[in-house]
Design a protein around this ligand. Structure first.
Ligand code: 13P
Length: 283
């Protein structure tokens, strides 16, 4: 299949009361692992890239890998740009072939966040690409974006509603108490806020900071309207540990062997998440 628009995938998820995993890949092997996991569970999937990953490999290379992988795949795959602060970089990825982008202008005042989001939606709509936006500030570390605990704040449901009335989004990411990276203590999610926002806007909700959340937290979030769940740090750990553990156990200098172990480790963990999110069998 060709790489798909994320909106259709999330509308189906919203209707079916399940969530689609958005897994941050870092190279061809991790991309292949994520798509293979989706194939083995017959699930739709979102291959997500940070801006840093795009800058490392180049946009054209990433699109070429996924076009080749997705062409041979029977499942729906979207290519989504995660947390992009710059409108021009969103444009670059849209032009290169991303089927979805996140403009994250959440650190700006309401009007400026809305204006930047509108500009991206306008350029994306013209070529059937979908858009995610954020409000409030999600704490923690996501690649080069660092939000200190004291700066993190939750999304105001009234402002989110006003925002979502102004722009047509594939999904919306309100800060509801999760954080990027490894949790220091037990995260406290504001489920009431999530429920209010999901009901009032009717827009599929993106849950950020998926690494380290308990299974019940995912289930509750999905029951209240989360249709896209982001997992990044867990993939980074599986990527490094899958390779290093193989090497430590076998001490052979044949790169394809630890790369194979890395692929299997990522695939296993992605499959577990797909099952948990309820998207298995929904491709
Ligand atoms: P984690 O790194 O905590 O899994 O968060 C991923 C995320 O939300 C990416 O935007």
């Amino acid at each position: 299949m060709a790489v798909e628009n994320m909106k259709r995938i999330l509308v189906e998820a919203q209707k079916g009361h399940y969530a689609v995993g958005a897994f941050n890949i870092v190279d061809y092997n991790s991309m292949r692992a994520v798509v293979s996991a989706a194939e083995e569970t017959s699930a739709p999937v979102i291959v997500q890239t940070s801006v840093k990953t795009v800058k490392f490999w180049g946009a054209e290379a990433i699109v070429a890998w996924l076009n080749q992988i997705a062409k041979e795949s029977p499942v729906s795959v979207a290519l989504h740009l995660d947390h992009c602060k710059e409108v021009d970089f969103c444009r670059k990825c849209i032009d290169a072939g991303w089927s979805s982008v996140m403009i994250d202008a959440s650190s700006l005042p309401f009007e400026e966040n809305l204006a930047a989001t509108k500009r991206v939606v306008e350029m994306a709509e013209a070529v059937a690409v979908s858009v995610e936006a954020e409000m409030g500030e999600i704490g923690g570390v996501e690649e080069d974006i660092v939000v200190a605990d004291e700066d993190a704040h939750l999304a105001d449901p009234k402002k989110v509603l006003a925002f979502c009335r102004e722009v047509e989004l594939a999904c919306f990411a309100p800060a509801i108490g999760t954080a990027h990276g490894v949790y220091k203590g037990e995260p406290k999610l504001d489920f009431e806020r999530l429920e209010t926002i999901a009901k009032q806007t009717g827009v599929p909700i993106a849950l950020h900071g998926g690494t380290g959340l308990a299974d019940d937290v995912f289930r509750k979030g999905i029951s209240l309207g989360c249709a896209k769940i982001n997992i990044s740090t867990q993939i980074k750990y599986a990527f490094i540990d899958g390779f290093v553990d193989y090497h430590n156990e076998n001490k052979v200098y044949e790169p394809l062997k630890p790369l194979g172990a890395q692929l299997e480790r990522i695939k296993k963990e992605v499959k577990e998440k797909i099952e948990l999110f309820g998207s298995a069998g929904k491709a």
